[in-house]
Design a protein. Structure first.
Length: 223
């Protein structure tokens, strides 16, 4: 069973209990609700726990209101879908909410209906699709950069590689000692590998960048 972790920022304990009660009834997804009654407490929790998948945000909060808390969350780099919960529909507030890129805007009366779980699931799915699109765009840009780099590198290597090939052929053409011949073979084998990798790079049609160690990445040219 899928467990969806939700951070509920709401100053009314009874309402928070109702949200948790109604979401608990939903099936097949399991909703795990963590409640905080103000923005400062919610931000403090986010600093220590980054595994929430969605935030339900009340507008009327003690201290900073929901809009201000949302701005702080975004400024701190927490890329989480946020759904606003308000007592009634307010067009001006809805406009301000959407300007911040909030996923949805629900009236609190809707928590006892299928609207809330649907909104949560939709927000998470949209976030997933955005992440996939972003990764695809990054991958495409990385591929374009690699292709440009390969063209430049292969152009610079062409002459030295051809010269090395010519020198190897000349050295191999005469009578050489067995030990020297074995060194020439090692050099030739390495030249073959280099030219093979260059050919693979030139034919690269997809981003094959993989993590090598920690933050270091490499191009996977294994077959």
């Amino acid at each position: 069973m899928t467990t969806i972790r939700i951070l509920l920022v709401e100053d009314n304990r009874e309402f928070a209990n109702l949200v948790e009660l109604f979401l608990r009834k939903h099936d097949p997804e399991k909703f795990e609700v963590t409640w905080k009654d103000n923005g400062a407490a919610a931000l403090e929790l986010l600093e220590s726990d980054s595994k929430f998948q969605v935030i339900l945000m009340d507008y009327f909060l003690p201290g900073k209101n929901g809009l201000e808390v949302t701005q702080l969350i975004q400024e701190k780099g927490y890329d989480l879908p946020i759904i606003f919960l308000t007592v009634n529909k307010d067009f001006d507030l809805a406009v301000e909410v959407m300007k911040l890129g909030v996923e949805d805007y629900l009236v609190k009366e809707e928590i006892s209906t299928p609207v809330l779980p649907r909104a949560i699931l939709s927000a998470i799915e949209r976030k997933k699709l955005r992440d996939q699109l972003t990764e695809l765009e990054i991958s495409q840009k990385r591929l374009e950069t690699l292709q440009d780099l390969v063209v430049k590198i292969t152009g610079e290597l062409r002459v030295p590689v051809e010269m090395m090939r010519k020198n190897l052929d000349e050295l191999s053409g005469g009578h050489v000692e067995e030990s020297f011949a074995s060194y020439l073979k090692i050099i030739r084998d390495n030249m073959d590998r280099i030219e093979k990798k260059i050919a693979q790079l030139k034919e690269l049609k997809s981003d094959k960048t993989v993590t090598y160690v920690q933050d270091i990445k490499m191009i996977d040219l294994s077959e």
